[in-house]
Every structure is written in C-alpha cells, then in structure tokens.
Design a protein around this ligand. Sequence first.
Ligand code: GLY
Length: 367
Amino acid sequence: MSLVVPVSYGGSPCYEIHLERDFCSLLPCIQALGYQPQRKVCVISDSNVAPLYLEEICCLLAAHFSLCTSYVFEAGEASKHTGTVGQVYEHLIQNRFDRKDLLVALGGGVVGDLTGFAAATYLRGIDFIQIPTSLLAQVDSSIGGKTGVDFLQYKNMVGAFYMPRLVYMNLSVLHSLPKAHLSSGMGEIIKHGQIKDSAYFQWLMDHQEEILSGDLGALEEMVYGSCRIKGDVVQRDPKEQGERALLNFGHTIGHAVEKLSDFSLLHGECVALGMVAAAELSCRYGSYAGSDLRQLKEAIAAFGLPLSLSQANVQGFTPEQVLEATKLDKKMDGGSVKFILLQRVGEAYITRELSDAQILEGIRCLF
Ligand code: GLY
C-alpha cells in the first residue's frame, strides 16, 4: 500500500509526496497532474544514478509524452554550479521545451536542487517533479521547494523557493545506496526527532537494527515519519521566516566544517558534528539534559555518524577557523548568527544571543 503525504502552500494543497516500493505508479501519478500527451519531458540525472534508473524512468515516461529526453551531468557537489544549469538550459532550448513541458529530477540532493533551480528560472518557470534516490534527498532536500546551486565557494548561494508538482520516492532504491550515504541521511532523520518529535526519536532508537539491516517496512515507516515532520514545518513556514529555521539545527557549524573539509565529508556527517556541538551548547546554556545529550550521541554513533573531527578523519583547521566559516553562512541575520538550540528532545528554538566565545566552546567539543 502506498503512503502519501500532502503538502500545502499558502493554505492550499500544493503537491503530494508518494512513498512507493517501485516505479510502477510513477506514470499514473504524473498523468493525474493533467499533462497532455503532446507535452515533452526531460529527465535530469547524474553519472551515478543514471546508469541505475534512467532507462526505466525514460521508458515509463515515453509511453505518455511526445518526447522524453535526458540530461546527465558528472555526479558530485563540484557540478552544482550555474555552468551546469546553463547546460541544462541549452539542452531544453535545443529540444524546444516550452513553459508547459516538464522536468524530472532523478537523483540525490545535488540533482534535485539544481533541477529545481533550472525549473524555477527556465522561461520564468516550468513544472518539475522530484524522484529522490538518496535517503537524504527523500527525507530532506526534495521537500519544501528550496532549490539552488553553489556560487564560487558559497554553498547554495543562488537559488529560489520553487515547489515541485510531485515528489515520488521508490524506497527500494535505498538498497543500492552505499552505507555511508544511508548514514548521511540518518543525520537529518535524527535531527527531525530532536527538533520536533521525541516519540519519533525514541522509535528510531528502538528500531536501529531493522533500519540498519535495510528492512523495507522500517525504512518506509522512518521516511514517512520524517516526510511528515518536514512537510508540516515547510507548509507552515515555506519561506523560512520563522519555524523553518529550526530545520537548520546542526547546520551552522555543520556547513562550516563541510566547507573547511572541502566537501570531503558527506552532508549528514557534517550535520551530525554540528548537532553534537549545538547539543553541548544547549546543555551549557539552556535546559537540555545531560542524559538527552548522551542519548543523542548514542544515536549518532549507532547510525554510523561521527561524534568528533578525528572520528570523521578530518584535520588541518582550527576551532577559530570553524567559527569564522560560520559567519559566511546564509543563516546570518543582520550580522549575527542565527543559532538553533534544543530546549529538550522534540523542542528546538532560535537564538541570536550566543557570543563568539560560547560558539567556540561548542566547536571545541569536536576537536
Ligand atoms: N534543509 C532545510 C530546509 O529545507 O529548510
């Protein structure tokens, strides 16, 4: 039985997140959105994902659309820039795509963010759907309409809020993901429990074995839980004017480490490190309990994520450099860093009150 999470925008239904175990319902889901057979579709993917699923997806889509074309770029963060977006525009222009045609993002976070940005800007906006194939993309980046690319050394510096028409995930694809990428997704999933739902966090702790062994039922329940948490937040605050910023728990320091390590660490690994530092600060300067901090660290370790920079195998920079790098983050607000701390498990808050010295204390916990 398929699971569906509806997401609204501005109070009206906007798109649905479908959780399936194969791609069989993809075409009916797209047809239900009303695309006429004379329409064209372009599937955008990367060099890791395309060999696994592109042919199957194109075969399905070709049964309905007048043209199904694809554009595949080199996998990795290094491709996430405006030059690749330009190549996508070129492909669409050469194939005479107009505003009523459709783009499909088939891949992880880089593919989804880049395709979404191309969709938001090509002819001032063309529809797109997300088919996230990494755990991280399924529970985080494919939901909520944040699209964008990196600019110079600045991550996601150019982008738009632009909603997909559909998010379709086939959970079976998680079985082909490398272990480290599954762990990376777990960083965002643990975060969802910590900021919004203590029962969900406890469920994760209680089902470690099934999750780690790739049990499809457990993965389905977990992804559904995270999609509901994220979907609820983004429909209440789609443009991050308040509550959505809570999703950045662990990201201020996490992004700084990601940048300083030159993206040699996976995003979820950096979020895990950022969560450790932020949770330490939540204990020292708030009401987050020491026992909760221990349990959070237990979860991070259990799901294969690092608790320190040495565990993550990165070196070569100082705590002061990490602090400096937090200031380049988009979460700066009028000159101060917007920091997310925890009141207790399931309850997070935004503070602008932390001094550099206090943030540095949190960062030092990682060294
Ligand atoms: N990944 C955080 C957000 O979508 O707001």
